[in-house]
Design a protein around this ligand. Sequence first.
Ligand SMILES: [Zn+2]
Length: 440
Amino acid sequence: MWPWFNRNFVYRPISFFRGELTLRRLGECRPRQWLPAAELETYRKSRLERLAWHAAANVPFYRDLAALRGLDFGEMDVAGIMSKFPVVDKQLLKNEGASFVAANVPGRKFQLRTGGSTGEPLTLLTDGRAAGERRGTYYRFLEWWGIRPGDKQARFWGLPLDARGRRRERVKDFLMNRCRFPAFDVKPEVVSVFWRKMRRFRPAYVYGFASTIFDVVETLAEMGYDGRGLKLKAAILTAETVYERQRKAVADFFGAPVVAEYGCGEAGVIAFECREGRLHLNADCIILEEVDGAAVITDLKAYAAPLIRYRLGDLIVKGPADPCPCGCTFPAIGGVAGRETDRFDLGEGRYSHPQSLNYVFQDFSALGTGVARFKVIQSRDGRSIRVLIEPAAAWRAEYADAIRAVIRDRLGYGGDVNVEVVSAIPRDPSGKLRYFVREH
Ligand SMILES: [Zn+2]
């Protein structure tokens, strides 16, 4: 479908019918990315204040909290308001879903189904306005890369297992002007069929799991194909840690910029990469706090089932504090290093951020030692780790000893280190690929 046709005659009416008005929301939120810091703070404060009043008055869970009674949120600053609300998590929302739903939000409601990186599904309620702003703020980031609503997308994503779910996704793909690479299981025959489909379809950008796109690109490159003819505006990699090597391979194959995205099913996009390489927060509608190094978000747009101080469980790396030359005033994060339950236990009460392992392997790969991919799995008692290595051509058996030595000497890990060379690193049930996990 032509992008302008899709934008005006499919996207616009559907988003009107759903009460989302995405293109209007996009127009409203676009100028906010350039607000001076003080004005942005005032704007965030007024939204948080409104949300806090709403939750305390209309959402059963918060109405029943004695700590919120009689408070005047207007008298408090952002940190003050936040401190009055408890941190909630997915388990609590799953157990007490109904008590998080506000009774007084008008208009159509939609169910948001999220898998999450833990693979545990959660269903949340959202209203049309929130859904419209969620999409609108997302397109605001896509505009940095010249992508507009209705532009064609090649999507590398999972498909539901049941027939009804598959049909629904196919209809959605058609209406959203996208074609989908349907599997996590990248086989050459599937890849070459998809490549032909993609060339006919001519997407403006590709979107999906970093490791899936990387695997497909690697397979296509081996088959001798060249992706530069597609003239993509960008390749957007999401939902997991992006390795430098993957970025480079995808950028080289398509001859297009590679863009990292961090988001969650519950609240939409949380941070997005600009042309200067920084991951800007979606700061006018999400407040991100760091509690013990882990991400806790407040979604300023969600009213039907408010998400206030919701613990996502991702470990966040701090970003640069100076203003970004791109002109966007939203603060930036350094990246996402994994799940908080996946801290690397060094023994004797010492822990390390899993990012440390990534650095070790980055240095190691920089020596040309032939590690294509790695994954570290720590036992539940913490006393041993398995280091899975997917080797590249330059791999030699003696590197296993070097890896062991580096993990012991540089990170100070005292347990057993078992290095295993495997042909392919297995994925999580959700399809993502994480470089460090702790057995639970
Ligand atoms: Zn920037």
